[in-house]
Design a protein around this ligand. Sequence first.
Ligand code: SIN
Ligand code: MN
Length: 200
Amino acid sequence: MARLTLRGFEIHKGFLPLDVQRNLIHALRPVLRAAPLFSPEVPGGGQMSVRMTSAGSYGWFSDAKGYRYADRHPSGQAWPQIPPEVLSIWTSLVGGDKQPECCLFNYYGEGARMGLHQDKDEADFSYPVVSVSLGDDGLLRIGGTSRKDKTDSIWLNSGDVVVMGGPARLAYHGVDRIRFGSSRLLPKGGRVNLTLRVVT
Ligand code: SIN
Ligand code: MN
């Protein structure tokens, strides 16, 4: 395990050993059954290439009306609870005074990407966003708090955990591409990214 800092993002390379990664995938299966993946619409029109769902009291959602948190899956069902295996990653890196209220589950299939954006739909930016990478490698791009700032990129591998907090809490970031098939963690390939967020 190695810890490095890039543009204020704390990157814990190899934070999760393989058996823990496998346990996480196992613990997430019931979440996907209760709250199946969907492809959100983006406000300008079109659909995201990443498929997503959430666990927790809030889930991140997007449609023609904009980006926001919703207390239900589009099916009308409440989001499932965040598995304790996921919460323990937050506790070990952030501490225990407040738990995340949303675990956004992003699935990147072949060719999926995520454009440069800020995570700013939450009410309190004093808590970090913790991001967990599982499965195929993904190329994370990190900028500053202005879209025009220069950016740096780093490959995230399965088991890496990134803490986006402090002055970098509102930094622009995105995923330019994944290396489809680079990991054998997920039977059908692809990349899973979990982001843990305090919402209220
Ligand atoms: C996100 O910004 O929500 C996802 C980041 C990632 O996939 O690494
Ligand atoms: Mn984000």
